[in-house]
Design a binder for this molecule. Sequence first.
Ligand code: SF4
Length: 375
Amino acid sequence: MAVIEDVLAQCKEAAENPAAVLDKHLAAGKKVVGVGPYYMPEELVTAAGAVPFGVWGRVGAAEGARKYFPPFYCSIVQTTLEMGMDGTLDKLCGLMTSGLCDTLRGASQNYKVGMPHVPQIYVSQPQNRTSDGGKVYTLEAYKEAKRRVEEATGAIITDEALAEANKVHNAWRAAMREFVKQAGLHPAEVSISDRVNVINAGYYMDKPEHTELVNKLNAALAELPASQDGYTKIVLSGIYEDIPALEQILGDNKYDVVADDLAKESRAFSRVVPEEGDPLQALATSFVNLNGDSILYDPQKSHVSKVVDLAKQNGAQGVVLFLAQFCDPEEFDAPFVMKACKDAGIPAVSVQIDQSTESYEQVRTQLETFTDMVH
Ligand code: SF4
């Protein structure tokens, strides 16, 4: 238990104090590049000898950013710009963002104007990614991203360094996939907030350091018997869950997240980069191969059946869909996900969340009712 407590404490400290982690990287002489959602080729940053640092907005209001965005823009982009405007991102030498949804695509232009002092590294991933043209386009976009990371960090990215970075990030994501599994088996040892802290710490800490910690934690958890009795097993779907008020409600309901389909969690950990051949091509291929996500174009909508499969495979008693406010891709898929769960006999509830919402009492009532329903 000492190892588990120690790792959880280290992750809590990092997750709750990203500014302190950032200062530690800078004090060690490292440059730091902010990395936003989704599926960014952050291996390029590691290959440049810099540290990729997660920037997915933050919990709180966006005041200044509102003059750049219509009110129906989601809180991730609103609060990211707010962070750029209030100086939170000043120590970054660049900010890597994608245009995978309409909101992000538009926001990339607002970012340039609203935080001109933070060099933008826009990665233009195509939605139509599996056609021959899509594959070529992805590779070209990643060549451009490489050039911009080199410009921002002042380093030259060699093939050797990128091949090594690909391995480092593959190892991290594999450790995180195992962690999600172990946390689901051990809710008594890893609370909802612990789980979120371990995940968020990975967005801020040096990847090899975090991988080592998580591997230690996974090994210690694997030695313990499962501790799921008395918990309600659920699958979480959506973009994010890391809002303290929500974590509290999930914990109060004694939920055990046996698996998740969250963009900031398991969807992000699913990418595998081939470790043979040209490393930049491999990085592009890892994006082309992705599927099962509301954010990715997919005529078969495999994202919908994926949620049902996750619930079935992990013995979940229900699915909780956290619908991020003003998120078009998720709103398009939500009715299909809910129907597929219903058709499969899996109880599901959809609740609306937002990083700038202060009160979650309505969500509390919805989830308490849902808990009663699944038992
Ligand atoms: S996918 Fe949704 S939450 Fe993410 S940036 Fe786009 S609109 Fe916002």
